[in-house]
Design a protein around this ligand. Structure first.
Ligand code: VAH
Length: 317
């Protein structure tokens, strides 16, 4: 019987992926964990425990007590927050992953999922349609930790046979959790301001195009990758994944087709330098060829869905 442990379930991706895992495997098959007890209210539909990703013994005890077979390790400090406390970001992002990989090896877990990011690319990577194996020189602690983590995943697969699988997510946009300290999170906050009919100040320049993805697509890609036969997974660092690419002015234009009075101003801050180091679009041919990936949402579809569902979602909180 599959028994799934989600680490960092309270974050942007975890808030939606955990529900999808319960829908797929059943509520008894999933244990949601986070270091913050405060997120427990998000998980009325499955069991929740607090768990610190740096406490290897606690993770080990939970794996044994619950007979865990798969781990979805989502806990990480994102790009913008990581620059405020680099060493802490490295510790959580790297020691957390190594704890999970080592325990997956020790207990011969069936599978591990770990999210990487397009933040592994840097200023000398090709800017558009960036290929899977492009040169990478990340300039954020987050990107450095994700690139190092990718190679640790490949090492644990080739050396110990740990079936760890990974996706290089673009900026993920969902309406079921608040922004989490990422450079792309302006594209989450902007929708909240639009439905509240408040003016929006964007921390990036209007023409800064970045790779983005609607959370529904990110969740489906994760489920699809993890359900694929191991023999289909040709890349054991992390797969490029592409959804859409847009700039702040482009998303503002889409929002104005729903809220004509919506106003935006631009006040670039330290996050502009991070965004400028990343590609504007990603090539995901390998994911399409190896396990049949195809995005469903573009900017028009995502904007329509979020602006339709966000008001009632907030009302029912
Ligand atoms: C961040 N949302 O902004 C994340 C993402 C591509 C960026 O990894 O840090």
């Amino acid at each position: 019987m599959n028994k799934l442990l989600v680490i960092g379930a309270g974050g942007q991706l975890g808030s939606e992926l955990t529900k999808a895992l319960v829908n797929t495997h059943g509520s008894d098959a999933v244990i949601a964990t986070d270091f913050q007890e405060s997120v427990k209210s998000k998980f009325a539909y499955c069991r929740f425990k607090t768990l610190d990703v740096l406490d290897k013994d606690a993770i080990s005890n939970l794996i044994q007590a619950e007979k865990i077979t798969q781990i979805y390790h989502l806990a990480a400090i994102l790009s913008a927050n990581g620059e405020k406390n680099p060493v802490q970001a490295w510790d959580i992002n790297m020691k957390g992953l190594l704890n999970v990989l080592d325990l997956a090896k020790e207990f011969k877990l069936d599978k591990v999922f770990w999210p990487s990011s397009i933040a592994v690319f840097g200023p000398n990577s090709p800017k558009t349609n960036t290929p899977q194996d492009a040169f990478k020189n990340p300039t954020t602690v987050y990107g450095i930790s994700k690139l190092a983590g990718e190679h640790w995943c490949e090492y644990y697969y080739t050396t110990y046979g740990v079936d760890v699988r990974s996706l290089r997510f673009p900026g993920l946009i969902g309406y079921k959790s608040l922004p989490g300290g990422g450079t792309t999170d302006y594209a989450v906050d902007i929708y909240h301001k639009a439905i509240n009919e408040e003016p929006f100040t964007c921390f990036l320049q209007e023409d800064t195009a970045l790779p983005m993805m609607y959370m529904e697509d990110a969740v489906q890609a994760t489920l699809q990758l993890m359900a694929a036969p191991s023999s289909d997974i040709q890349i054991r660092t992390s797969y490029n994944l592409s959804g859409m690419s847009f700039s702040p002015q482009e998303i503002a234009e889409r929002i104005r087709s729903h809220y004509p009075e919506f106003s935006i101003q631009y006040a670039p801050d330290f996050r502009q330098k991070i965004a400028d180091s990343w590609p504007s679009s990603i090539n995901d041919d390998s994911a399409r060829n190896d396990w049949g990936w195809k995005a469903s949402f573009g900017l028009t579809e995502m904007t329509a869905e979020i602006l339709t569902k966000l008001p009632s979602y907030i009302h029912n909180l």
